[in-house]
Design a protein around this ligand. Structure first.
Ligand SMILES: [Fe+2]
Ligand SMILES: [Fe+2]
Length: 181
C-alpha cells in the first residue's frame, strides 16, 4: 500500500473514532440529562446570551460535553449522573445578565449567579451533594471556596475552557464585521 493511501486510511479511521466518541458523549448526556434538556426553563435559556452570541443553553450543553470528554481524557472515575446534571444546571440563573436590572444586582453577576442557579435548580430538581457542589463552586477562583469533588473540578475547568473559546470567537466575529464595515 502506498503512503498516500495509508495516510487516507488513517485519517478516515481517526474521523470515525471521533464520530463514535461524539455519539457516545451525546448518548450519555441525554441518558442522564434528558429531562433537564427538555424542560421549558432550560429551553428558554436559549434566549439569554452568555458569551459573544452564544446562548446560556448552548453554553451549558458545551460545558457538559467538555466535562464528559475531559473526564474520559484524564481517565478520572466520576459519577456521570452528577457530572452531567450538575454541568447542565451550573448556569441555571434564568436571566440575561447583559440586561441591567433595577436593583443593580446583575452587576455582581459573576459572584452571585452560582447561588441564584443553585436556588433555581433546587426548586425544580432533587440535587445530590455533588451536583450542589458543581453549581455553587464552578466560578472558583472568583468565588473563594474551591470545588471539593472531582466532578465539580472537572466542570470548573471545562467551564473556563468553553467560556474562553466562546469569548474569543465572539471577539473574532466582531472584528470581522468591523473590518467589513
Ligand atoms: Fe457560571
Ligand atoms: Fe458557565
Amino acid at each position: 500500500m502506498d503512503k498516500k493511501r495509508l495516510k487516507e486510511l488513517r485519517a478516515r479511521r481517526k474521523q470515525r473514532r471521533r464520530e463514535l466518541h461524539d455519539r457516545y458523549v451525546e448518548r450519555l448526556m441525554h441518558h442522564y440529562g434528558k429531562d433537564i434538556i427538555a424542560s421549558d426553563n432550560f429551553q428558554l435559556s436559549d434566549e439569554n446570551i452568555q458569551h459573544g452570541d452564544v446562548s446560556v443553553k448552548e453554553h451549558s450543553l458545551s460545558v457538559t460535553r467538555s466535562s464528559i470528554r475531559l473526564a474520559k481524557f484524564l481517565k478520572i472515575r466520576v459519577s456521570h449522573r452528577d457530572l452531567i446534571r450538575g454541568a447542565l444546571l451550573h448556569d441555571y440563573f434564568l436571566y440575561d445578565w447583559h440586561i441591567p436590572d433595577p436593583t443593580g444586582q446583575r452587576k455582581l453577576h459573576g459572584f452571585a449567579h452560582p447561588g441564584v442557579a443553585l436556588c433555581n435548580a433546587e426548586k425544580e430538581y432533587e440535587l445530590s451533594d455533588k451536583q450542589r457542589n458543581i453549581i455553587s463552586r464552578h466560578m472558583w477562583p472568583l468565588t473563594l471556596k474551591p470545588p471539593t469533588c472531582r466532578e465539580a473540578w472537572l466542570v470548573t475547568m471545562a467551564d473556563k475552557y468553553v467560556s474562553l473559546k466562546e469569548t474569543l470567537r465572539g471577539k473574532r466575529k466582531k472584528r470581522k464585521q468591523k473590518s467589513r464595515g
